[in-house]
Design a protein around this ligand. Structure first.
Ligand SMILES: [Zn+2]
Length: 506
């Protein structure tokens, strides 16, 4: 305000003493000092012409949260092979090698221990087989599709994920810290979930939700207690691996906060899916570390398609029992040609309207939905955020560039966030997704900054948002108390300070 007054009085003096000659005009018209945001934005625009410069810029940019992350899809194949080495597991000698339990002197197996040196060719083949590394689709017709290669990796590294929860928790935080990500919402099913699920594995499914829930309900307290102990131990070991108790914790990884989503696997029989969902809801209700519920696995699988509506009704039923539990659901991870047109027309709508999803994972086939404009309006109105996974959508579905619905969502006012999905399988990181959003989708620095902020606004972190909080209109005791009581606002506060520091460097 004071600066403006000075300018006004300066003009009056100038007008009174002189005619506005060309000699004084430049001084009066001196451009305002650019804001730190404008300077960062200009640096971003300049870096757009040079991918390495853009990478450098975006890697350092604070990005808030990664809201669509699968814990077992996060480690790189090298991590899995190192853990297989430490655990005494084997690598099969197939064309597409997999990790397997011992004995490793059986035909078709070699020890993972020391494999990189003992058999470099097999080690290299295993890196390819456990990820999208060197994937070359259809060169000679011998390779699986990107979709099949991507999803089959999970079965190949499954033997090592079972016993390495602490290592996976450490790795997801290490990679997030490298990306300047402060919070990761990751899908993980602790082993104890399967104690409950196994009770119904062989049973018949008659479609009676009340009966199915009543059969599982007595096992819930035990499930919650076991999972609590399992996660306590895994988190403590993860902290130990990262050196969080020591003077020099590794690369800021210890400061990365995690939220867990337990999930159901949609390709399994209905009684198993129902039991997994029940366990996931019960955990999210009882243990604050479990911030939401998800449903995963290929959506185009014949069982996923046949049972889609049933799954949404199961979710809706359990949501009514546990109304405080938040849902982020994979929906619309489909594209024309992958499934018959009818399956493209209702998945996102049912996830929102029947299951009550607060966020949608992928949402790629939105333009094929019946009454898509109406659905977009509803998602914008209710602030149902969409987790956009650009690389994953390209690799699995072949959807990228102008075919991707990112802009359709943005234009409709639907909140979007950028996320990794399975960064180890895709061999990417969140910075790469920001880079893609800039170079392939034309997003500006201000767009990306808004997305970083939204990634915490729409996170399932407990507590109130900093956005619009009167207590923090100015710093002080009231704000400190508010931040202390609201973990979400605390993460947002930290992001704002980090963004200020980042922009001050440009
Ligand atoms: Zn996913």
């Amino acid at each position: 305000m004071r600066a403006k007054n000075r300018l006004v009085s300066g003009l009056a003096v100038a007008a009174g003493l002189l005619t506005l000659s060309s000699a004084v005009a430049p001084a009066l018209a001196a451009p305002p000092v650019p804001t730190p945001e404008a300077r960062a934005s200009a640096a971003f625009d300049a870096a757009l012409k040079n991918r390495a410069a853009l990478r450098l810029f975006l890697q350092a940019m604070p990005k808030g949260g990664d809201l669509h992350n699968h814990l077992s899809g996060t480690p790189y194949a090298e991590d899995f092979l190192a853990w297989a080495d430490a655990d005494g597991l084997c690598v099969t000698t197939d064309v597409q090698p997999a990790l397997a339990s011992g004995p490793c002197d059986a035909p078709g197996r070699k020890p993972a221990r020391g494999l990189a040196k003992a058999d470099p060719a097999l080690y290299a083949r295993a890196l390819n087989s456990l990820s999208m590394l060197n994937y070359n689709p259809g060169a000679d017709g011998a390779q699986a599709s990107g979709h099949d290669q991507f999803f089959s990796t999970f079965g190949r590294f499954g033997a090592v994920t079972e016993n390495n929860l602490p290592a996976m928790l450490a790795v997801v935080r290490e990679y997030a810290a490298g990306d300047h990500v402060g919070y990761v919402e990751t899908s993980v099913n602790p082993g104890a979930i399967y104690d409950l699920v196994n009770k119904v594995r062989g049973s018949a499914w008659d479609g009676d939700f009340d009966k199915a829930f009543a059969a599982l309900e007595p096992g819930i307290p035990d499930l919650v207690a076991k999972v609590r102990a399992e996660m306590d131990a895994a988190e403590a070991e993860s902290d130990r691996r990262l050196g969080c108790q020591t003077q020099k914790p590794r690369q800021g990884a210890c400061a990365v906060a995690l939220g867990y989503q337990a999930f159901a696997v949609r390709i399994l029989p209905p009684q198993v899916v129902f039991a997994q969902l029940t366990a996931a809801f019960a955990l999210a209700d009882a243990d604050p570390r479990f911030v939401g519920v998800n449903i995963v696995a290929p959506e185009d699988n014949p069982t996923s398609l046949a049972d889609y509506r049933l799954h949404m009704r199961m979710l809706g039923y359990l949501h009514a029992r546990y109304p405080k539990v938040k849902l982020s659901l994979h929906a619309g991870e489909l594209t024309l040609g992958l499934v018959p047109p009818r399956d493209l027309s209702f998945h996102i709508r049912e996830a929102v309207e029947v299951a009550g999803a607060a966020r949608i994972g992928h949402g790629v086939d939105i333009a094929h939905e019946a009454e898509a404009r109406d659905l977009l309006k509803r998602m914008a109105r209710d602030k149902v955020a969409v987790e956009i996974n650009l690389t994953s959508n390209d690799v699995i579905l072949g959807v990228k560039g102008a075919d991707h619905p990112l802009h359709l969502y943005r234009k409709a006012g639907v909140p979007v966030v950028l996320s990794t999905d399975d960064e180890g399988v895709s061999r990417i990181d969140l910075t790469n997704e920001y880079l893609r959003a800039a170079t392939e989708q034309g997003l500006t620095y201000r767009d990306l900054k808004a997305i970083a902020r939204d990634s915490l606004e729409y996170a399932f972190v407990p507590g109130k948002s900093l956005r619009g909080a009167a207590e923090c209109a100015k710093p002080g005791k009231a704000c400190e108390a508010f931040l202390g009581a609201n973990p979400k606002a605390q993460l947002q506060w930290k992001l704002e300070r980090d963004l200020e520091a980042f922009e001050a460097t440009h």
